[in-house]
Design a protein around this ligand. Structure first.
Ligand SMILES: [Fe+2]
Length: 405
């Protein structure tokens, strides 16, 4: 028996515990405002709760583009004071999060509004939890490290991909090692969110494409997970159909608000699905590619996903066929094998249509062991993958990815 099979047995035992915890502590759902102008409706709702001073957590790019101005003006018009922290950077670190938490305290805020992509929402989640629990961001890393509810938290995602506005996790990186710390706690789910297609229409095509592939990966990994259930299936299937129907449109027509709204819903549904069914090897490997080579998260997922789906066949063929039928890529009469292949073809064709190049620049074979070990550490015992990999399986996929041109 190889060490891999010992790992697999342990992993399966750990998964039983995780599934029990997820069933006992279900994730709360935020109230959702959707469509053009939803962000201002959310501001109105925030004022209605009687908060005195809200901290907007965002980044300098959005602030300089003027995205925060109408929100600030609306809140002030309704009698809510506003402080702005715009120091969030991609892959936010503990020191950025700590600075944001200190600013929240110094400004005597009583609520938090995240405006941005996954990074700003993650920082906002952690400081809202840290503020009421009197804990540093580092002390919140792990599963259920808080006792008290978080400070009132609201979110306006400006990308359609991470689903962070609804997920139970937040990722903060160590300043020196760049290792990612995961805060996993249902209390970080915002009270209300606005999926504002008008704000999202300012997203550049490259960001639209890559974040859209992140949302697709969330939905697909949740759908093929052994933790998938009837409810997560509803959200995952719908997310995938919406992405198949709308990602190309948002890429080519950034101002198409109907398509933007559909993609925002898809990302949100995919987040709901992953809260219940978790992720898989695509994210486990993609996180390491991001860490080693600085690739954007959605791009890393897009590069890895076709290979993990292919590896996981034929076990997942019935599920892929179901997705193809639901997304109307084939008819209900199409055979399982043909329908499953149609879904695989659609993933590749979608990537090509939105100009995602499946290449990892300067990938080094000397990194393969580190990438594989870190990916297995993340996946085994955490993600209910439909088919387990051996070390050779993983290295074979890394080699193929490194040869793609
Ligand atoms: Fe993701």
């Amino acid at each position: 028996m190889t060490s891999f099979f010992v790992t697999k047995a342990k992993a399966k035992a750990q998964l039983v515990g995780i599934k029990a915890a997820m069933t006992l502590i279900p994730a709360p759902r935020p109230t959702v405002f959707s469509g053009e102008g939803a962000a201002l409706k959310l501001c109105q709702a925030i004022a209605g709760f009687g908060h005195q001073k809200v901290l907007i957590v965002s980044d300098k790019i959005l602030n300089n583009l003027g995205v925060l101005r109408p929100l600030e003006a609306k809140l002030q018009e309704l009698g809510v004071k506003v402080a702005i922290f715009d120091g969030v950077l991609p892959d936010p670190t503990f020191s950025i999060t700590e600075a944001c938490l200190q600013y929240y305290k110094t400004e005597n805020c009583d609520s938090v509004l995240a405006v941005g992509g996954g990074s700003s929402i993650d920082v906002a989640k952690v400081i809202a939890l840290g503020a009421t629990n009197n804990k540093t961001p580092q002390q919140l890393v792990g599963i259920l490290k808080s006792r008290k509810p978080s400070a009132p938290l609201y979110a306006i995602p400006t990308t359609a991909g991470t689903g962070s506005e609804v997920t139970v996790g937040a990722v903060i990186s160590d300043d020196k090692t760049h290792q990612k710390g995961l805060v996993l706690d249902p209390k970080v789910v915002p009270r209300m969110v606005a999926l504002d297609s008008g704000i999202m229409s300012g997203m550049p095509p490259k960001v639209t494409a890559e974040t859209g592939m992140d949302a697709l990966t969330h939905a697909v990994e949740a759908f093929i997970s052994d933790f998938a259930g009837s409810e997560s299936d509803i959200y995952a299937r719908s997310a995938i159909r919406l992405i198949v129907e709308n990602l190309r449109v948002t890429y080519k027509e950034p101002k198409n608000l109907a398509a933007r709204e559909s993609m925002a819903l898809a990302s949100h549904y995919a987040g709901l699905a992953l809260n219940q069914a978790g992720l898989g090897y695509v994210h486990a490997i993609a996180h390491q590619l991001g860490g080693h080579y600085g690739l954007p998260h959605g791009l890393s997922n897009a590069i890895v996903m076709p290979h993990i789906l292919e590896f996981s066949r034929p076990e997942i063929n019935p599920r892929l066929a179901e997705l193809a039928r639901f997304s109307k890529l084939v008819t209900n009469e199409t055979s399982e094998a043909v329908a499953a292949q149609a879904f695989m073809n659609e993933v590749k064709s979608l990537m090509s249509d939105i100009n995602i190049k499946a290449v990892v620049p300067k990938m080094n074979a000397l990194d393969f062991d580190d990438i594989m070990q870190a990916a297995f550490k993340e996946a085994h015992g955490t993600y209910a993958v439909p088919k387990y990999m051996t070390e050779d399986d993983c290295k074979r996929i890394l080699y193929v990815i490194s040869q793609q041109v």
